[in-house]
Design a protein. Structure first.
Ligand code: COA
Length: 335
């Protein structure tokens, strides 16, 4: 139950941004050996947004962050920290949080990068919540942003992965509260034994040199995925963590007003709600329009749910994500 009168944190503002270029499944049919039918049947994806030219994750994050700040009537200088979740940082280092901080013009505040793939937003939300609960900080900007398209193998060899991913960014402002509307709890998990089923191998510090022409010719710079193994893990881990967070806080599935899951695959999410007994009408799904935007998918879906009126003040919202690492987690929010 919500811990009333105790210091906690609350999502006070939310915004998202996707690049203008729309890539439909029919566009992909012209690039690789695939079909709209194959992609829709297996994933639910109909289109995704891809950047054009040289655009980094922070450039997608910037408009979302500015809008989130404006909606809250705040300036970047009011922030105590930026947390940036991404698996596609602008450059290897420094992290995209520092890059975004420079673009927002708020020197001096903390800037933290989180690399937890599709669970990156939940990990970031949890970190922000802990910093605020302890009283150490009051206002944190949490961003999930990805540019996948420049790192995809747009050839028949990479078609299983390439059709899945889209570019985009979501930003939320987390502020201290003592009221009922708050992040009730977050639960985080990982199992590194499965790290090989979804990964990018090069460039890498464990390779010397980190990247060679030969590695590039082999396509080691592109994501490698054992799709069926990932699928099986996702439909086991997501129900586990959903049960864990509901049980720990004295709620049952019927108390949940809205489930906002990570958007990796509509079939995964439909199986999860089937296992959990959550009605389809309570699940937000926008994967048909954006594909898998990894750390950005939950804030984008959450923002759309707020904008279209599905998410109302006082609702109990369940967030759940699963991704490479493996990592998985959940968040329970009284909106
Ligand atoms: N278009 C057309 N055919 C494709 C294709 C594409 N884009 N990608 C693969 N295929 C082919 C395969 O080559 C294979 O052909 P074959 O039977 O002649 O060998 C066939 O389709 C089936 O491939 P398979 O990989 O077994 O398909 P699948 O039913 O497991 O579906 C995924 C593939 C990727 C959609 C599915 O495994 C999945 O969604 N996994 C989870 C992925 C995920 O969520 N990743 C992110 C985690 S955060």
């Amino acid at each position: 139950m919500a811990r009333k009168d105790m210091r906690g944190s609350r999502i006070t503002s939310i915004a998202f941004h996707v690049p203008d270029r729309l890539v439909t499944n029919y566009d992909l049919e012209r690039m690789i050996d695939t079909s709209d039918e194959w992609i829709v049947q297996r994933t639910g994806i109909k289109q995704r947004h891809w950047v054009e030219g040289d655009v980094g994750a922070s450039e997608l994050a910037l408009p979302a962050s500015i809008e989130a700040l404006e909606k809250a009537g705040l300036k970047a200088s009011d922030l105590d920290m930026i947390i940036f979740a991404t698996l596609s940082p602008d450059i290897t280092f420094p992290g995209s949080a520092c890059i975004l901080q420079a673009k927002l013009g708020c020197p001096g505040i903390a800037a933290l990068d989180i690399s937890n793939q599709c669970t990156g937003f939940i990990y970031s939300l949890s970190v922000a919540d802990q910093f605020i609960r302890t009283g150490s900080m009051n206002r944190i900007l949490v961003v999930g942003a990805e540019v996948h398209s420049s790192g995809l193998d747009i050839s028949n060899k990479g078609r299983d992965v390439t059709v899945l991913f889209g570019d985009g960014a979501g930003a939320v402002l987390i502020e201290a509260t003592e009221g009922d509307s708050r992040i009730i709890d977050t639960r985080l998990h990982a199992d590194g034994r499965y790290l090989d089923i979804l990964k990018i191998v090069a460039p890498a510090s464990k390779l010397n040199p980190r990247v060679t022409h030969e590695m590039l010719d082999k396509g080691l710079q592109y994501p490698y995925m054992e799709g069926r193994a990932v699928f099986k893990q996702a439909i086991a881990r997501l129900p586990q963590v959903i049960n864990e967070i509901l049980d720990a806080n004295g709620y049952s599935v019927s108390d949940v007003d809205l489930l906002v899951p990570h958007q990796a695959n509509l079939r995964i999410n439909e199986m999860v709600i089937g296992i959990m007994g959550i009605p389809r009408s309570k699940m937000v799904s926008n994967i048909d329009r954006y594909g898998n935007t990894t750390a950005a998918s939950i804030p984008i879906a959450l923002c759309e749910a707020v904008e279209d009126g599905r998410l109302k003040s006082g609702d109990l919202v369940l967030l759940a994500a699963f991704g490479a690492g493996l990592t998985w987690g959940a968040g329970l929010v009284r909106w």
